[in-house]
Each structure stands twice: as structure tokens, then as C-alpha cells.
Design a protein around this ligand. Structure first.
Ligand code: BV8
Ligand code: ZN
Length: 253
């Protein structure tokens, strides 16, 4: 796999890099992308219909069952070479800010630190009434809850229904994480956008801010129709293949 020398130089010499990831970076770990995360019981739904507070209020068992099924899928998965390359890149640059839209913990398990989760996490549910955090029992790694409605647990403080610690459509993003991500995009000299369809706002503003600030923006995505205008780079391919090769070519190790 060969890369443009100018791009390799810009990556190698970057003062501050930002990596912005979506569901595609976890695809090679066996985690369905967001648009494909509906199988079995949920396959007749549109994810946007399930990932909302209204859906949870209307049918908490359906929504809790979907998220529990996805959480167990994550527990049974491992980081892939794409996650590992991103963690490695942080050791190669003076500063790297990792911003993810994903709700899994595969970046952390690959060794990345200070991951900015703009859309929450599967691992930190909270009470839908008093917002108290709820400690999930480690799910049985094997038992799949695929296709099952599950009653959400009850808050130990107030008895309210526990909800996934996820930012749903129509909900605000965590302010500190979003502000840090926007500031990093405004400061960086290179941004890698990996495995995202870039349709969900305000997260999708991160690469736009980087481009506006004059940074080099590189999309890593097998879908050639993916993002990016003429002044952005597209490395067409899977993150688990492109990213390790890109680092090897740039840092010649
Ligand atoms: C907000 C958690 C306001 C859930 C997610 C019109 C009507 C209603 C709302 C809106 C509207 N217009 C705009 C909005 C706002 C809305 C929005 O943007 N809607 C879009 C759909 C139009 N945004 C919101 O509602 C946000 N909140 O605006 O609040 C507000 C303001 C003030 C006060 C109160 C409220 C909240 C958005 C957050 C929603 N939660 N995630 C969950 O995960 O279950 S979004 C979810 O979809 C993901 O987290 C991700 O962010 C997003 C997109 O998913 P991707 O990660 O990009 O994955 P996708 O499957 O789409 O694409 C995968 C890509 O990977 C593909 O391109 C594929 O080619 C590629 N790929 C595949 N394999 C690989 C690969 N790439 C590399 N390697 C591979 N191997
Ligand atoms: Zn409570």
C-alpha cells in the first residue's frame, strides 16, 4: 500500500493531530456499524427510532434489550489493528486528541487514553429519574441477548428505570467533551476521520472545524462516496488495514 509522500510528511511532522472515529473503526472487531446495528428483533426499526428518549419511554424493555445486546457484543470483541494503530500514533506525535462517536470501549482497550466520547458509552448507564450512575454486573461473556427484550434494572437510590449512558437523538452532547473536541479541531494541523458517515451533528462539525482552520483532513473509509470535498484526502479502505500501513509508511519503522 503506497501513500502520497506529502501526506506522509504532514503526518510525521504534525504538531497536533486529531483522530475522529465512528462505527467503522470497530467494524473489523465484529461490532456492527450504527447503520447496521439492527438485527433480529430490532431489524424492523430505524436506529434513529430506537436511539431516542421517546423510544425508551415508550418501550424501555425493547430499547434496554437492544443496548444490552450491543454491550455484550462489545464485551465479546477485541480492539482491531485500526484501534491499535491509533493508540500507537499518540506515541509518535507531540499531541494527539482522540474524539469518538462510538459507545464501545475498544479505543481504551487498545491503549488510547483520554478518549473523548461525544455520544456516551455502553458501559456507564444511569438512572433515568435521578441520574445516579448504575453499576452493571459483568454480563456473562458468552450469553448473547440477541433479539431479546429485557427489563432495565431499577435504580438503587430511587427505584427509577436505569437507562443506557448514551446520547440519544434530540439529546445534548456532553458539553466538556464537545468543547474540547472543537478546540482540538480548531488547533490541529492534521485530522484523521476514520469510519464515519459524517451525518450526525454536532459531532460531524469536528472535521469541518479542522478544515476551516486550515488543517489537512484525511478520511479513512472503504466507501468511496464517503465524505470530503476536493480539498480533503480520502484513503479508501478498511481502517484495520489502512492505519497500520499509514503509520509504518510515515514513521518507517
Ligand atoms: C442534538 C449514540 C439538539 C446512539 C448517536 C432533523 C431531525 C431531528 C434531529 C436532527 C435533524 N437534523 C439534525 C438533527 C440533530 C441530530 C442529527 O444530527 N440527526 C441526523 C441523523 C440528521 N443530532 C442530534 O439529535 C444530537 N443532539 O442535536 O441535540 C439539542 C440541542 C440543545 C439542547 C437539546 C438538544 C445527538 C446525536 C447523537 C445521537 N447518538 N449515537 C447509539 O450509538 O446507539 S449517533 C450514531 O450515529 C453514532 O454514534 C454516530 O455518531 C452516528 C453516525 O454513525 P457512524 O459512527 O458514522 O456510523 P455509520 O454506520 O453511520 O457509518 C459507518 C461508516 O463506517 C460508513 O461510512 C462506512 O462506510 C464506514 N466503514 C464501514 N466499515 C469500515 C468503515 N470505515 C473504516 N473501516 C471499516 N472497516
Ligand atoms: Zn434513581
Amino acid at each position: 500500500m503506497t501513500f502520497d509522500q506529502d501526506l506522509l510528511t504532514q503526518l510525521r511532522d504534525a504538531r497536533h493531530g486529531v483522530v475522529f472515529t465512528g462505527a467503522g473503526v470497530s467494524a473489523e472487531s465484529g461490532i456492527a456499524t450504527f447503520r447496521d446495528a439492527l438485527s433480529g428483533l430490532w431489524s424492523r426499526f430505524d436506529p434513529m427510532q430506537l436511539a431516542t428518549p421517546e423510544a425508551f419511554a415508550a418501550d424501555p424493555e425493547l430499547v434496554w434489550g437492544w443496548y444490552e445486546s450491543r454491550r455484550r457484543q462489545v464485551l465479546c470483541s477485541s480492539p482491531n489493528p485500526g484501534h491499535i494503530a491509533i493508540a500507537e500514533l499518540a506515541k509518535r506525535l507531540p499531541q494527539l486528541t482522540l474524539v469518538t462517536q462510538n459507545v464501545d470501549d475498544l479505543h481504551e482497550r487498545a491503549g488510547s487514553r483520554d478518549v473523548l466520547h461525544l455520544h456516551g458509552s455502553l458501559h456507564y448507564p444511569r438512572c433515568s429519574r435521578c441520574a445516579a450512575p448504575f453499576e452493571l454486573a459483568p454480563a456473562p461473556r458468552v450469553e448473547a441477548t440477541e433479539g431479546r427484550r429485557l427489563a432495565p434494572p431499577r435504580c438503587l437510590q430511587c427505584g427509577g428505570a436505569v437507562r443506557p449512558g448514551i446520547v440519544w437523538f434530540g439529546e445534548s452532547l456532553p458539553v466538556a467533551a464537545l468543547e474540547t473536541a472543537f478546540a482540538a479541531a480548531a488547533d490541529c494541523d492534521l485530522l484523521l476521520s476514520v469510519g464515519t458517515s459524517g451525518v450526525v451533528y454536532p459531532a460531524a462539525q469536528v472535521p469541518e472545524i479542522a478544515l476551516h482552520n486550515g488543517a489537512t483532513v484525511v478520511h479513512v473509509n472503504p466507501d468511496p462516496q464517503a465524505l470530503g470535498g476536493t480539498d480533503e484526502w480520502l484513503l479508501a479502505g478498511a481502517a484495520g488495514e489502512i492505519l497500520p500501513a499509514l503509520l509504518q509508511a510515515a514513521f518507517q519503522d
